[in-house]
Design a protein around this ligand. Sequence first.
Ligand code: FAD
Length: 318
Amino acid sequence: MATVYAFVAHNDGVLDDSAAELAAAAKKFTDAPVTAIVSGSGVDAAAAKAAELFPAVWKMDAAELAYPNAEVVRKALLNNLDAGAVVLMAHNTFGMDLAPGLAVKTGGAFVADVVAIEGADGDTLKVVRQEFGGVVSTHVTVDMSAGAVITIRPGAIAAEEGAAAGGAVEEKAVGDVSAKRKFIEVREPEAGDVDITKAEVLVSVGRGIEDQDNIELAHELAKAIGSQAEVSCSRPIVDAKWMDASRQVGTSGKTVKPKVYLAMGISGSFQHMGGIKGGLIIAVNKNPNAPIFQVANVGIEADILEFIPELTEALGEL
Ligand SMILES: Cc1cc2nc3c(=O)[nH]c(=O)nc-3n(C[C@H](O)[C@H](O)[C@H](O)COP(=O)(O)OP(=O)(O)OC[C@H]3O[C@@H](n4cnc5c(N)ncnc54)[C@H](O)[C@@H]3O)c2cc1C
């Protein structure tokens, strides 16, 4: 098998959780050393962190890579990758932009949004993807003989605890990365009313809450739980303008790490679940086949419009 690379995401010198997940994902199909690729401007700290997870690290450090422009990064990768390379990256917003074009340019196979890796037999890789919002799993074989670009769903493959690779960092010249796509500006999101990323307990409501007026039920439950609890939501609730975007959990919202996550009337789309990192997930849903029951630690089949007030009342009696 050709060299396996992991393109790792980072921010301000801090590696994204997906970096360790990519290291674990690679070990599921190769015993060979995997090279992490850290791209950006001023990435010494991120490269050093990547070296704790991977036996080798390529540092692509250049002013042109300061902003996440997939066209520029793709060119820098193509200037360095060897023929037949197998490249893993997170199935996040940037990975979705970078990966397909990279596969086209390298001529390798492309598999998106992998949730499990079953192993490899020679150049044939077996992976699992999900269809129909997670209701159906598809087992896919991938011919990696001409290389491959594989995006892995964040949170789907568990990182290894306490991995210490002690890798060596090698600086790579990025080469010609002139691109038609130009960086214009970074727009910070408006500050919201609460910081759900700090909450220990999240009462999170989805479309199952049915009506804007019912959102008050979630606030009452959070109040009954105590000051460590906040209310968060899935994206349809923000789209309906029933809650501020600062409360949205998911790949296009916030990433949260509460001790307890109460998912109320949330189906469990990967875009939502991708924003939950750790903690006990308690899902309440009236549909016994809701995909969230496959990933929740505790599943309760109930109507949340009855369950939430009952739980609030019971907590009030403690
Ligand atoms: C690029 C992109 C980015 C996205 N980013 C995000 C994101 O960051 N966060 C996010 O959440 N979504 C995101 N989405 C949307 C995502 O795909 C789903 O559509 C969304 O998460 C579904 O929200 P939901 O679970 O609340 O609604 P639904 O999928 O409609 O599920 C509602 C659930 O409530 C249950 N229910 C209904 N009534 C009741 C009741 N009375 N009691 C109990 N259960 C009930 C139903 O059985 C169902 O399971 C994104 C989509 C795209 C394309």
